[in-house]
Design a protein around this ligand. Structure first.
Ligand SMILES: [Zn+2]
Length: 99
């Protein structure tokens, strides 16, 4: 499933996850669009003590969509800043995998 982005119907500000009110203009009306790709902006690895139940190291990245929205995603494979990634949802988390 692609990532669902909420775009304010009044000022076009984008949000993920969706909000009840636009932080920029206060509007309550949003249009939902789907985003499937983004560019990896930065990556990091969680220290092993932060996820005792997960024996596999957790890699996180900030990704930026074509429209400029930044999202934190779990990286599903080896991927570096500047690379394109495919985005999809796993439960409530965003996964980014190499495009
Ligand atoms: Zn707005």
């Amino acid at each position: 499933m692609a990532v669902r982005i909420a775009t304010c119907a009044a000022c076009r500000a984008q949000y993920f996850p969706p909000r009840l009110l636009c932080a920029r203009c206060g509007s309550e009306e949003f249009v939902t669009t789907q985003v499937r790709t983004a560019t990896i902006e930065a990556v990091t690895q969680l220290a092993s003590g932060n996820h005792r139940n997960d024996p596999v190291p957790v890699h996180l990245g900030s990704v930026v969509t074509e429209a400029g929205l930044r999202i934190v995603a779990r990286l599903a494979g080896p991927i570096s800043p500047g690379q394109q990634a495919r985005l999809h949802m796993r439960g409530r988390a965003v996964l980014a995998s190499p495009a």
